[in-house]
Design a protein around this ligand. Structure first.
Ligand code: BGC
Length: 250
């Protein structure tokens, strides 16, 4: 079955048609810069543009970097605050004319990694962390997702963990790989202390450079890089939405 997956990020909105059985993109990715300010109307117009680009009629899966419950956006750490309280699903359905499944970006990436990537056939407690502008988290227990965990907002040294150990902070503060990985290691130890996971999957753009820092991490928990990298959000969004055509996950 084919589903359109769209990944809404702070800098770009990316979409592609996905074969949800194989976890492959069937088309080139279409990327449009996220409008600034990233208000609900402006972002929804871009999503509708991507739907029109693919001439798509059918289920659409859409990620968003916030807590989402039943299509409603509850937080806005790295997007316009007007989103808080918006029924994003309703808005996107109105703009696109298609049934939409809206979910947290890290949860979507995690679903893709569990189905087709580094978490495939992994039981136990698996954490997928996306290290980018923020830190996103997706937590799975024997393959079942506990959504909206928001572990990038745990406090470390008086600030959000994502303002201490994200890839954005590495770049902003021009941290060496050693200095940044020490921060990341501290964060992973905190998660390990709190949750005793079986596996950490590290995703986000920086997972491509894992050979620079993975060997510097010292948790007891096994750590692996994500496999799907910048396709994970699109594939996970499509996976979440495939149920719209059948069992009806919203
Ligand atoms: C947001 C999360 C999101 C993460 C990665 C955080 O700032 O609160 O919802 O998953 O960034 O984009």
């Amino acid at each position: 079955m084919d589903v359109l997956g769209i990944d809404i990020g702070g800098s770009g909105v990316k979409g592609a048609v996905v074969d949800v059985r194989q976890g492959h993109l069937l088309t080139e990715r279409r990327r449009i810069p996220t409008p600034q300010p990233s208000t609900p109307e402006a972002v929804a117009d871009v999503v509708a543009e991507i739907v029109a680009h693919f001439d798509w009629r059918g289920p659409v899966g859409c990620t968003f970097p916030a807590v989402i419950k039943h299509g409603v956006v509850y937080t806005a750490a790295n997007v316009d605050r007007v989103w808080i309280g918006t029924d994003g699903r309703k808005l996107l359905e109105k703009k696109t004319g298609d049934p939409v499944c809206l979910l947290n970006d890290a949860d979507a990436a995690g679903m893709a990694e569990m189905a087709f990537g580094a978490g495939k056939e992994r039981a136990g407690i698996v954490f997928l962390l996306t290290l980018g502008t923020g830190i996103g988290s997706a937590v799975f227990v024997d393959g079942a997702l506990m959504p909206n965990t928001e572990l990038g907002h745990l406090t470390m040294h008086g600030v959000d963990a994502e303002d201490y150990a994200s890839d954005r902070v590495r770049k902003e503060e021009d941290l060496s790989w050693e200095a940044w990985s020490a921060r990341l290691d501290e964060y992973l130890h905190l998660l390990e202390f709190l949750f005793s996971p079986d596996l950490f999957i590290l995703g986000g753009g920086v997972s491509k450079k894992h050979e620079k820092y993975l060997h510097l991490l010292r948790t007891q928990t096994e750590i692996v890089p994500a496999k799907l990298q910048n396709e994970a959000g699109i594939v996970g969004a499509a996976l979440a939405a495939q149920a719209l055509a059948g069992e009806g996950l919203r």
